[in-house]
Design a protein around this ligand. Structure first.
Ligand code: GAL
Length: 409
C-alpha cells in the first residue's frame, strides 16, 4: 500500500475512533465522570454506584411515555414465562409501554438488559434477579435517574435503590415441604428412623436460602433425634444446592448419591426438592438408579405442568403452588402507585379487594443496604387429592380438547 495512503488511512481511522469514544460517553450517564469512562467492552463493567452521584437524581425530560422494564431471569424455568406475560399484559392494559427481556440465567446479560431498559427511558423496573447480589451498580444507575424499582419474587441485595419487594412467603414454602414429609413418613409417631436426601436450589438465588431454612428448621427435631437420617451426610445449603435450578444437575447429583449410599438393602424414604425443575431431575434419578422398591416421597414447588402429570401419576408427591397471576397483580398495583409518585403501604392491600392473602412487611427483608418494604403472598400445598380443586376449579390451569394440561395465561 502506498505510504501516503497509509498515513491518510491512519489519520482517518484515528478520527473515527475518537468520535466513537465521545459518542459512547455521551450516551451513558458518565459524561461528567470521564475518569470512569467505561472501557470498550464496558457492556458489563459498570462504574461504582456513587459514580452516579447517588445523592443527586438526574431529572430526565418527561417524554410523555410511561415505560416499564421487566427483567426476568430465564425462559427455561417454566414459571418466568408466565410471570413475564402476566406482568406485561397487565401493565400494557394500564397504558404502559413494556420492555420485557429474559437473561438466559446470565448475570452479564441481565445487567445489559437493565441498562438498555434505562437507556430506552424506563420509568419503572420490575426485576427478578439471576443473582440478587450482582446488580447493585446498575440499580444505582437507575436510581440516579429517578427510576423506581420493584424486586419481583427474588430480593435485590446490597442496594438502597430498591423501592419495594413482592414475593411469596418463601420461608413458608420450605415449611410446607417439610411438614408434608413429616406427615407422609408419620415421623411424629414412628419408632424406626427414615432416610432423606436434600436437593436444594441455586445458591445465588436469594430465595433458595429461605426455602432451605424453612425446611431444615421444620425437620430439625427429627434430624436431631435421629428419626430422620441423611445417609449421604450432605445436609448443608451449599452441599445440597443445585446451580441454575438445573434438572440435569439435580439428576446427576442424586444418581451419584443413590449409587454411592443406597445399595439394595438401604431404603430411601424421601427427597426434599426445593422446586419442580429439581424434582424432575430427582424422579428421573430414582427411576434409573434407585435399587429399592418403595415409593419415595418427593417434594417440589411451582406446579410446573410436567410435575403436575408426575403428581397425578404418583411419581412426585406434592408441589407448593404460588399463583403467579396474583403475584403479578400485586406487583402491577405497586408499580402503578410508584409511577404516580405514591409510596404505598399496607393500605394498598386493604383498598385492593384482592381475593387472595397478602401481607405488608417492613421488618424482615433486609437486603444488606436497607429493610425493603415487602408485600408477601401465601403459598399452598398441592397433592393428588386437592389438585383439581386448587388448580383447575380455580381456573389457574385447564385442559385442552386433547386433555393436555396448560397454565391459563
Ligand atoms: C425461585 C422462585 C421459585 C422457583 C425458583 C426456580 O426464586 O421463587 O418459585 O421458580 O426460583 O425458578
Amino acid at each position: 500500500m502506498k505510504k501516503i495512503n497509509l498515513i491518510a488511512i491512519t489519520i482517518i481511522f484515528a478520527l473515527i475512533l475518537s468520535s466513537c469514544e465521545s459518542t459512547q460517553v455521551a450516551g451513558e450517564i458518565g459524561t461528567n465522570t470521564a475518569a470512569q469512562k467505561p472501557s470498550s467492552s464496558a457492556s458489563v463493567d459498570e462504574p461504582s454506584p456513587d459514580a452516579y452521584g447517588q445523592g443527586s437524581v438526574i431529572v430526565r425530560p418527561d417524554d410523555g411515555r410511561t415505560v416499564v422494564g421487566i427483567s426476568m431471569p430465564d425462559k427455561l424455568l417454566e414459571r418466568w414465562n408466565h410471570d413475564g406475560i402476566f406482568l406485561k399484559e397487565h401493565f400494557e392494559k394500564e397504558g404502559c409501554e413494556v420492555v420485557l427481556k429474559y437473561a438466559n440465567n446470565l448475570i452479564d446479560t441481565q445487567i445489559n438488559d437493565i441498562r438498555s431498559m434505562i437507556d430506552e427511558g424506563a420509568d419503572l423496573l420490575v426485576i427478578t434477579a439471576v443473582d440478587g447480589a450482582a446488580l447493585s451498580s446498575i440499580l444505582g444507575k437507575a436510581k440516579s435517574q429517578g427510576i423506581k424499582i420493584v424486586a419481583y419474587d427474588r430480593l435485590l441485595m446490597n442496594s438502597d435503590a430498591v423501592d419495594y419487594y413482592v414475593s411469596y412467603d418463601n420461608y413458608k414454602v420450605g415449611v410446607l415441604q417439610a411438614e408434608y414429609i413429616i406427615a407422609a413418613l408419620g415421623l411424629k409417631n414412628s419408632k424406626d428412623s427414615k432416610n432423606i436426601e436434600f436437593v436444594t436450589g441455586d445458591p445465588v438465588d436469594n430465595n433458595a436460602r429461605y426455602f432451605y431454612q424453612g425446611a431444615v428448621d421444620t425437620l430439625f427435631p427429627y434430624l436431631e433425634n435421629g428419626k430422620l437420617k441423611v445417609i449421604s451426610n450432605q445436609q448443608g445449603f451449599y452441599d445440597t444446592s443445585t446451580a441454575q435450578w438445573s434438572s440435569d444437575i439435580a439428576q446427576q447429583r442424586l444418581q451419584i448419591i443413590l449409587n454411592s449410599y443406597y445399595p439394595e438393602n438401604v431404603r430411601l424414604d424421601a427427597v426434599l426438592c426445593a422446586n419442580d425443575s429439581t424434582a424432575l431431575g430427582a424422579t428421573r434419578a430414582i427411576d434409573s438408579d434407585y435399587a429399592g422398591t418403595n415409593k419415595v416421597i418427593v417434594t417440589g414447588q411451582d406446579a410446573d405442568v410436567p410435575n403436575i402429570y408426575n403428581i397425578i401419576e404418583g411419581k412426585q408427591s406434592m408441589t407448593v403452588f404460588k399463583a403467579l397471576r396474583d403475584e403479578s397483580v400485586v406487583a402491577v398495583a405497586l408499580g402503578l402507585a410508584l409511577l404516580a409518585d405514591d409510596s404505598p403501604d399496607g393500605q394498598l392491600i386493604a383498598n385492593s379487594g384482592w381475593n387472595f392473602d397478602c401481607t405488608y412487611n417492613t421488618t424482615d427483608y433486609d437486603n444488606g443496604s436497607k429493610v425493603v418494604p415487602s408485600f408477601l403472598l401465601s403459598p399452598i400445598t398441592i397433592t393428588k387429592d386437592n389438585l383439581e380443586k386448587e388448580l383447575f376449579d380455580t381456573g389457574y390451569y385447564s385442559r385442552n380438547r386433547a386433555g393436555l394440561i396448560y397454565a391459563v395465561e
